[in-house]
Design a binder for this molecule. Structure first.
Ligand SMILES: Cc1cc2nc3c(=O)[nH]c(=O)nc-3n(C[C@H](O)[C@H](O)[C@H](O)COP(=O)(O)O)c2cc1C
Length: 186
């Protein structure tokens, strides 16, 4: 069902970024064409080399290469994708998305995307409960984005609560269901 589907995977600087490596591997295994965009902070949690190897495509991160002026077109990426998933999505990136801030490649691509956008918030339970996070997620939902409900359990902070990114297998199920609905609505 994912064969030939063009999936853009955005990764931000959350501890759950390691899980996204498995997500990318599963998407490729299912026959999807995968391109990964990482924020600078995401690279502190997982290496672009891992993601480039698993996705079989160079990882995108910068607006342009200062060495030769070669640039990544966020507009082309936004048009290319059948689906854009941002997992994990940090409180910081969620706030920027809700506010229309466009200061990195992931955010400019988000603003340019014509496809369904899935957001997997992942953060400590108190960050998730903060009124700013609640309002920002409601705003993104009102924009038509699909918000994956964070799971409850042990968090990286050592606290228990809601804020975990769903497991890659569950995210794949969600992606399939969204792409099926999209096909039916055509
Ligand atoms: C060890 C560590 C783990 C972090 N985990 C998270 C997280 O799970 N969720 C989150 O929203 N921010 C987390 N942060 C904070 C983000 O990395 C920080 O807000 C950063 O500016 C996010 O940038 P980005 O959204 O551009 O990737 C963490 C920071 C550290 C040092």
């Amino acid at each position: 069902m994912l064969k030939g589907k063009k999936i853009l995977v955005g990764i931000t600087g959350g501890i759950a970024a390691y899980k996204t490596a498995s997500l990318v591997r599963l998407l490729v295994k299912e026959g999807a064409e995968v391109k990964v965009i990482m924020t600078d902070h995401a690279k502190e949690f997982i290496t672009p080399l891992t993601l480039a190897t698993l996705s079989k495509n160079p990882v995108l991160s910068e607006f342009y290469d200062p060495a030769d002026g070669d640039w990544n077109s966020h507009v082309d990426l936004g048009i290319w994708a059948d689906l854009f998933i941002i997992a994990p999505a940090t409180a910081n990136t969620i706030a920027k998305m809700a506010g229309g801030i466009a200061d990195n490649l992931l955010l400019t691509t988000y603003l340019s995307a014509r496809c369904p956008v899935i957001i997997a918030p992942s953060m400590d339970r108190d960050m998730l409960k903060h009124p700013s996070s609640v309002i920002n997620l409601e705003t993104l939902k009102a924009f038509g984005n699909i918000i994956l409900e964070p799971e409850t359990g042990e968090l990286a902070s050592g606290l228990e609560g809601k804020g975990r990114m769903p497991e890659p297998e569950a995210i794949i199920k969600e992606i399939k269901s969204i792409l099926t609905k999209k096909k039916m609505n055509r």
